[in-house]
Ligand binder design. Structure first.
Ligand code: NAD
Length: 480
């Protein structure tokens, strides 16, 4: 095994301090191919200390100078886009084209967007006769960002870019399941001489490194993306020290299809929303709710499309669907399919593991799976699966569609397909979700608020929301 990753602490590559390592697997082959430091609370303490030391100088820089550093990091990442895309594809199992066209370009955009945004983020002032108020937005100090494995560099940059842009110093913890591109970005930061200590990365397990970061008294805020179970534990820990938290959690997103849906992009988009990244995107539409009069036609067309997806080697340009990320996750998704059958679901396509020939014979592949015949209350239709598995349910009326859409504990995103403008507005208003797309899906403008309601999270990311989260408002009142 050749590749050994390191932490980035105080601008230095720090290898496993206790000599403990975690294996990193290639999901397409099922083989370990790298080792990641199995960090601990001492590594977190060292990173926080480095970040605290760097904070006064970094926060005192004019926003334009901080923006220039973040832009330099974006330039260096963009210059190595192919290398990063190949690494992300290998680490997550996602098709190379997806990493090349979505993940890494979006990571570059995240850096550039928040570099630019920081230069436009201003104080507010409110004057009245004889009185002027102005509200300063001051960085918090050292902040922790914790990210998941499904969109590794995309979500890691989405969190640390606004934190740095607002003047904070960061200790980041990528997922131990997919740690490689964060490590590579740390190496890039060192190469361009990014100010030491401003941006630190500690690799390792959630229960060790993540928890130590959450519990560290000098960490002023935690921005977390991951499962609802872990997010809830983090909220409990942060409550004890009144640490600011932003939580982007799980989803069980509905796609509502009315018979009058504009058909041109419908199936392409619904198939993407169901199966992109093997269904491992928090925004994926996993519950397809279809108006009864159109149900049969839609179902048959969807199943034909799902069967036509090419499951296989992420490096093969013909592949549309790679493996799921890990053996435990493969087992979980297969157990969810077995549960759906036990609950009375009819598997219309997929439902099985796939064993490609050649180098991917031992990979963790699952055929795109469509299930019908289950009601809204069963576990299959209420619990997050996070794999290439969707269910179909029929509805008769707009109210019934709404009731089905809202019949889950989650509320992250919804995609709604209709030509009736009035209906689109009525439903968008009443759907319990932080993000509603009408006749589109995963159409993101980085200026817009992003986040979930109910069990899908707390707080919003994106645009000013992120910069507000990573700053503290201080109002100053002057009697003139
Ligand atoms: P996870 O919750 O298992 O892990 C996420 C991160 O938290 C990892 O880095 C992990 O090491 C860390 N962690 C685990 N235990 C911890 C603890 N006790 N303290 C601190 N950190 C800890 O999630 P995952 O399996 O990596 O990711 C999949 C989940 O993420 C899904 O539920 C998905 O819906 C969700 N997700 C949400 C969004 C969103 O924007 N809402 C985006 C992507 C993924």
């Amino acid at each position: 095994m050749s590749l050994r990753l390191s932490h980035l602490i105080g601008g230095q590559a720090v290898t496993a301090t206790r000599g403990a390592w975690l294996d990193v697997f290639e999901p397409a082959t099922g083989q370990a191919y790298a080792q990641c430091p199995d960090g601990d609370a001492d590594d977190v303490a060292a990173a926080v200390a480095a970040a605290r030391q760097a904070f006064p100088a970094w926060s005192a820089l004019p926003a334009s100078d901080r923006a220039a550093w973040i832009e330099r990091l974006a330039d260096a990442l963009e210059a190595r886009l192919d290398e990063f895309a190949a690494a992300e594809s290998r680490d997550v199992g996602k098709p190379l084209a997806l990493a090349r066209n979505l993940d890494i370009p979006r990571a570059v955009s995240n850096l550039r967007f928040f570099a630019a945004a920081a230069t436009q983020f201003a104080s507010e002032s409110h004057s009245a006769p004889g009185i002027v108020n102005y509200t300063l937005r001051q960085p918090l100090g050292v902040v922790g960002v914790i990210s998941p494995w499904n969109l590794p560099l995309y979500l890691f940059t989405w969190k640390f870019a606004p934190a740095l842009a607002a003047g904070n110093c960061v200790v980041g913890k990528p997922s131990e399941v997919t740690p490689v591109t964060a490590w590579m970005l740390g190496e890039v930061a060192r190469e361009i001489g990014f100010p030491p200590g401003v941006f630190n990365i500690v690799q390792g397990r959630g229960a060790a490194v993540g928890q130590a970061l959450v519990d560290h008294p000098q960490v002023k805020a935690i921005s977390f993306t991951g499962s609802t179970a872990v997010g809830t534990r983090i909220a409990e820990s942060c409550a004890r020290s009144l640490k600011k938290t932003s939580l982007e959690l799980g989803g069980k997103n509905p796609t509502l299809v009315f018979a009058d849906a504009p058909k041109a992009k419908l199936l392409d988009t619904v198939v993407r929303s169901a199966f992109l990244n093997s269904g491992q995107i928090c925004l994926c539409g996993s519950r397809l709710l279809v108006e009864r009069g159109y149900y049969g036609e839609f179902r048959d067309a969807l199943v034909a499309r799902a069967k036509a997806l090419v499951v296989g080697d992420p490096q093969d340009p013909a592949t549309t669907t790679g493996p799921v990320v890990s053996k435990p996750h493969f087992d979980k998704v297969m157990a969810c399919i077995a549960l759906a059958k036990a609950e009375g679901g009819r598997v219309l396509c997929g439902g099985d593991a796939v064993q490609p020939a050649g180098r991917c014979a031992d990979g963790w592949f699952i055929a795109p799976t469509v299930i019908e015949g289950l009601g809204p209350d069963c576990r299959t239709n209420t619990e997050e699966i996070f794999g290439p598995v969707v269910t179909l349910q029929a509805f008769d009326t707009e109210d019934e569609a709404l009731a089905l859409a809202n019949a889950v504990p989650y509320g992250l995103a919804a995609s709604l397909w209709t030509s009736d403008l009035g209906r689109a507005h009525r439903l968008a208003d009443r759907i319990e979700a932080g993000v509603v797309w009408v006749n589109t899906w995963m159409n993101r403008d980085l200026r817009t608020p992003f986040g979930g309601v109910k069990q899908s999270g707390l707080g919003r990311e994106g645009g000013w929301e992120a910069l507000r989260f990573f700053t503290e408002a201080k109002n100053v009142t002057i009697d003139l």
